[in-house]
Write a protein that binds this ligand. Sequence first.
Ligand SMILES: NC(=O)c1ccc[n+]([C@@H]2O[C@H](COP(=O)([O-])OP(=O)(O)OC[C@H]3O[C@@H](n4cnc5c(N)ncnc54)[C@H](OP(=O)(O)O)[C@@H]3O)[C@@H](O)[C@H]2O)c1
Length: 243
Amino acid sequence: MAGLKGLPVLVIGATRGIGLAIARELSRQGVRLGLTGRDPDRVARTASELGAWGRALDVRHPEAVAETVERFAKEVGLYGLVYNAGVSPVFARAERIGLEVWQEVLAVNLTGAFVACKAFAGSVQGPGSIVLVGSVLSLRGGARLAAYTASKAGLWGLTRALALDWADRGIRVNLLAPGWTETEMTQGLREHPRIGQDLLKEIPLGRMAKPEEVARTVTFLLDPENTYLTGGVYAVDGGVSAR
Ligand SMILES: NC(=O)c1ccc[n+]([C@@H]2O[C@H](COP(=O)([O-])OP(=O)(O)OC[C@H]3O[C@@H](n4cnc5c(N)ncnc54)[C@H](OP(=O)(O)O)[C@@H]3O)[C@@H](O)[C@H]2O)c1
């Protein structure tokens, strides 16, 4: 089975957390890897560790997102895209979420994904595969996480719409829906004495995921031999969405 070996895959948001685990996993699979992150030094270090193409990118700038995807396609080629960039800056009831924060979350989590996917479809020559990193909150409501939940539910809608639009071009689009994972994003909640314990009680497996456990599924979704997988959502959540 040839799998992903030698295929060019770009991971947007790959210098820490789940994105870094995805980049390492894809590198192990022998892809021609491209990665982005906001901090140029971190990008350079990670790209050098993994022998990857790297570029600093802030996804709040749509032109830069499109230009990065196009440049990767031109310099390396293009088969796969993983859009992992995401923020969750507030944990508060909806009436306390300001418009500025709302717009920031939507810009990073959803608009950046749309722009990257559009650039991907404009650049890819043959068949391709896109994985958007959503969340278990793509499928359920998240209390005190209105902006984040809306953005991640939006990604699930986007996944299905793009899968329909691009099925005739052989571009598969799927959503990965991680549950609670041990990264910087969840550090504050994990360390909170009450909220941290409450969260664990919600998880049937009784613990958060390690980023590596989430990353493995991306290989499966991108694999060109999984030709019939498109428009789906894949929860890696320790059983949370089974409730
Ligand atoms: N941790 C969880 O429990 C969990 C659960 C479900 C889904 N997720 C999703 O998984 C993805 C990765 O999250 P994580 O847990 O690994 O969080 P993290 O450690 O906070 O990493 C966030 C990622 O998003 C990138 N990012 C944030 N703002 C950006 C911007 N303006 N431009 C470019 N990149 C930006 C970061 O890049 P820099 O390194 O450059 O800042 C980093 O790669 C996110 O989409 C998140 O919503 C996480």
